[in-house]
Design a protein around this ligand. Structure first.
Ligand code: GLP
Length: 261
C-alpha cells in the first residue's frame, strides 16, 4: 500500500482527481468505481469543477457504485443511487445508463447481486475504485466478519454503522435500513487500482488496522493488503495512529516524479 499523508484535505482530493483524470486521458472508456459517503465528496467536487472548466469528460466512461440500502424508495434522498447522482453523476457528462448500482428494490435480491457481478465483469472490471472506510474498518458495506472472498450479496448493517449513518436520516437510527446490498471484498480487490480516502480522528484506528494490522475479517479493509496497487490518502488526524507514519512521509517525499499514484 502507498500511504500519502497531507495536512490539506483539498490536496488529497486533488491527488485523487488527478488519478481519475490521468486514467480518463489514457483510456476515455475507463470503468470507475464510485463510493458514497462524505470521504469522496471533495474529490467529486474537484472532478465536477474540472468537467465544468477544463473539459474533463466522462462521456465514454462507465461506473459502478459499491453498495445500496435495501428497500429505500426510489425517490428517497439517501438512497445511494440518488446520492451518487447528486454528488457526481448529475454534475458531469456520463451518458444515461453508464452508471450502475446494486438494485436494493429488486424482487429477487440474490439474482440482482449475481446480475451486478456479471455487469461488472462484462464491462471488463473496474479500473479505478474510489473508496472510503467505516469507523469499524468496513469498506463498501462489508461489515466485520465479512468473508475476504465475498462477492456482491445482502448484508446486515452493524449497530455502529447504522449509528454512524443516522446523521443522514435526521439522526434517527431506526430510519437507517438494516439491510444492504454490497460489492464483496473479493469484488473490490478485483479493481485494478484502489484509491482510499480517510479523514478525521474517528478513522484513525480503522486506518491503522487496515495498513498495519493483521489481515482479518474483523477489520475488512485489511483485505486491501493483498492488493498490489492501493493508494491510501489520509489527513494528519486519520494518520495519527500509524506506527510508520514518518516512513510513509519520507517515502512519499522521495517518490520519483515519473511514478504517479
Ligand atoms: C458507508 C458507506 C461506505 C463508506 C462509509 C464511510 O458505510 N457504505 O462506502 O466508506 O460509509 O463513510 P464516510 O466517508 O461518510 O465516513
Amino acid at each position: 500500500m502507498e500511504v500519502v499523508i497531507q495536512t490539506s484535505a483539498q490536496h488529497l482530493a486533488t491527488l485523487a482527481a488527478d488519478a481519475v483524470a490521468q486514467l480518463l486521458a489514457d483510456r476515455p472508456d475507463a470503468v470507475l468505481g464510485l463510493a458514497t459517503g462524505s470521504s469522496p465528496l471533495a474529490v467529486y467536487d474537484e472532478l465536477a469543477r474540472r468537467h465544468a472548466t477544463e473539459g474533463l469528460s466522462f462521456a465514454r466512461a462507465q461506473a459502478f457504485t459499491l453498495d445500496e440500502y435495501v428497500g429505500l424508495p426510489a425517490d428517497h434522498p439517501e438512497r445511494y443511487r440518488t446520492v451518487i447522482d447528486r454528488d457526481l453523476v448529475g454534475r458531469v457528462d456520463f451518458v444515461p445508463g453508464a452508471v450502475r448500482g446494486p438494485d436494493g428494490l429488486a424482487a429477487d435480491l440474490r439474482a440482482a447481486c449475481e446480475q451486478y457481478e456479471a455487469a461488472i465483469a462484462e464491462a471488463g472490471g473496474v479500473d479505478l475504485q474510489i473508496l472510503g472506510i467505516g469507523t469499524d474498518g468496513h469498506i463498501a458495506f462489508n461489515e466485520p466478519g465479512s468473508s475476504l472472498a465475498s462477492r456482491t450479496r445482502i448484508k446486515t448493517l452493524t449497530a455502529q454503522t447504522r449509528a454512524d449513518n443516522a446523521r443522514f436520516f435526521g439522526g434517527d437510527v431506526a430510519a437507517v435500513p438494516q439491510h444492504c446490498l454490497t460489492q464483496g471484498l473479493a469484488t473490490i480487490v478485483a479493481a485494478r487500482h484502489v484509491v482510499l480516502l480517510a479523514t478525521g480522528r474517528g478513522k484513525a484506528e480503522a486506518v491503522h488496522q487496515m495498513v498495519e494490522g493483521p489481515i482479518s475479517a474483523m477489520w475488512p479493509a485489511t483485505v486491501l493488503q493483498l492488493h498490489p496497487h492501493v493508494t491510501v490518502l489520509l489527513d494528519e488526524a486519520a494518520a495519527s495512529r500509524l506506527q510508520l507514519a514518518d516512513y510513509y512521509r519520507e517515502t512519499y517525499a522521495a517518490k520519483p516524479a515519473w511514478q504517479g499514484l
